[in-house]
Design a protein around this ligand. Structure first.
Ligand code: C5P
Length: 220
């Protein structure tokens, strides 16, 4: 039987993962950060200097992307290697849209994401969850915020993680990544027809979480 599913999509740094993690905790759902999968694929390409999607997939088949819950949050592993921090660095962030546009890489991860959704009730965040991965999701949220606010949030996050960041460059990077994600041929970022649009500009994390939980509880 289909389990309860929430899809959260939206542009870069709109707060999807922060909010989805909290909703997962409160409602007892599994949380899946699909962006981390595309980031891990990009990390593989950079680490091993690979040029084709097929070569990247061959590595991912041997060194699977896995998530482990830890005290400070979720850890991301590639085989036995902890890549939690490496996949958030600027080199990966600046290349990820290119690899995420590769149809073979998308097929590979979408199959895995659907398999994970069979295990348990889930909240998944990404770009194509409501449109492609979980088209039958019980609740679909399309989370947006102004570029300025998203850049400020990411700036603070990066500082806290010790990732050197320039705010102006960050705004450009976010806008460029959205552009690429929205205009690619396969599974572009767009609001699903049945998704609820939620603009988090000027809203606190708590307000956004509460909004989603209210909607979800009405459907569970
Ligand atoms: O969510 P996050 O910003 O970590 O995602 C990194 C990148 O991975 C996005 O910019 C996008 O190119 C890609 N992505 C995707 N489909 C998803 C999740 C992420 O194409 N479902």
């Amino acid at each position: 039987m289909k389990k309860f599913q929430i899809a959260v999509d939206g542009p870069a740094s709109s707060g999807k993962s922060t909010v989805a993690k909290l909703v997962a905790q409160d409602l007892g759902l599994l949380y899946l950060d699909t962006g981390a999968m595309y980031r891990a694929a990009t990390y593989v390409a950079l680490r091993d200097q690979l040029e084709t999607a097929e070569a990247v997939i061959a590595v991912l088949e041997k060194e699977a992307v896995r998530f482990k819950n830890a005290e400070g949050g979720q850890l991301v592993f590639l085989g036995d290697e902890d890549v939690t921090s490496a996949i958030r660095q600027n080199d990966v962030t600046n290349q990820v849209s290119k690899w995420a546009a590769e149809p073979a890489i998308r097929d590979f991860f979408v199959a895995e994401q659907r398999k994970i959704a069979e295990i348990s009730g889930i909240i998944m965040d990404g770009r194509d969850i409501g449109t492609v991965v979980l088209p039958e999701a019980d609740l679909k949220i399309y989370l947006i915020a102004s570029v300025d606010e998203r850049a400020e949030r990411r700036y603070k996050e990066n500082l806290a993680k010790g990732i050197p960041t320039d705010l102006t460059a960050l705004k450009q990077e976010i806008a460029a990544r959205d552009e690429k994600d929205m205009n690619r041929k396969t599974a572009p970022l767009k609001q699903a027809e049945d998704a609820v649009l939620l603009d988090s500009t000027g809203k606190t994390i708590e307000q956004v979480v509460e909004f989603i939980e209210e909607k979800a509880k009405g459907l569970m």
